[in-house]
Design a protein. Sequence first.
Length: 176
Amino acid sequence: MSEQNHLSAGDRVPDAVFKTRHNDDWLDISTAEIFAGKTVVVFALPGAFTPTCSSTHLPGYMALAGQLKAAGVDEIYCLSVNDSFVMNAWAKDQRVEDEVLMIPDGNGAFSKGMGLLVDKRDLGFGLRSWRYSMLVRDGVIEKIFVEDFATPGDPFEVSDAATMLNAINSAKAQSA
Ligand code: BEZ
């Protein structure tokens, strides 16, 4: 895969409804609920329990969550094309509390609307999210860091928590 058209800064995030499980009940959460009126960081990855996602991507955001929130981020969302049972089990395994909230994009509708749903059938994964991060203010993408489509495999160079924190703090310093 060499390139892919996807949403970019200035675009509004797509509408979607996420099916989540809370205390043995289903709870629908809409994009309006998670984005409206908030400054949000989303990081999206190819799969719960996969090696880089578990060893580095998610733990990096957990470790820097306090600094991201101190920099003005209201919520941090981890999105994957997995169902809510899997996302909840992964959160438990990783000892995530409420510093990062898990978003199960099980049908891939949000990822498809972002233009970042990719074919991972070669790995038996079906369709999954490409790895990226974005800062979203009131539903509009302000910054987005999308891993390079030309790099083979599962690149992880720009969607990490430190890159996002540096970008937010640099923008704040420039506007001060
Ligand atoms: C990883 O996070 O390391 C990974 C993700 C998708 C496929 C294979 C590995």
